[in-house]
Structure formats: structure tokens, C-alpha cells
Write a protein of this length. Sequence first.
Length: 62
Amino acid sequence: MSEPCPHTERTDGVCVACGDCIHDVILNGACFYCGTTDLDPEAMSPKKTPALIPAAALKPRR
């Protein structure tokens, strides 16, 4: 994702000065504010997939 614009005035999530959008993704993968579908919802998600656990850290069940 690119850096957000430095402007503070926005109308419905879209910058009044340059048109930058904050991109709030809704269920169908489109932005709620500007409608674009060229987004990666997984990359924008606050939930990150955990890193791969090394084999040496795994222990068998007892």
C-alpha cells in the first residue's frame, strides 16, 4: 500500500485535495468509499498470519 496523503480534509473517506482514499474494504472486496476492487483484503487486514513454527519447537502430544 502507498503512503496516505498528508491532507486532513476528507469527504466520505476521500481526500478533497488530491482524491486519495482511505480504502475501507467491505465484504465483496471493494472499497466502501471509492468502489475500487483493485485491493488485497488480506494485506489490509489487521490480522496477520502467524509465522511458520520451526520444527525444533514442535513437541509431540502425550
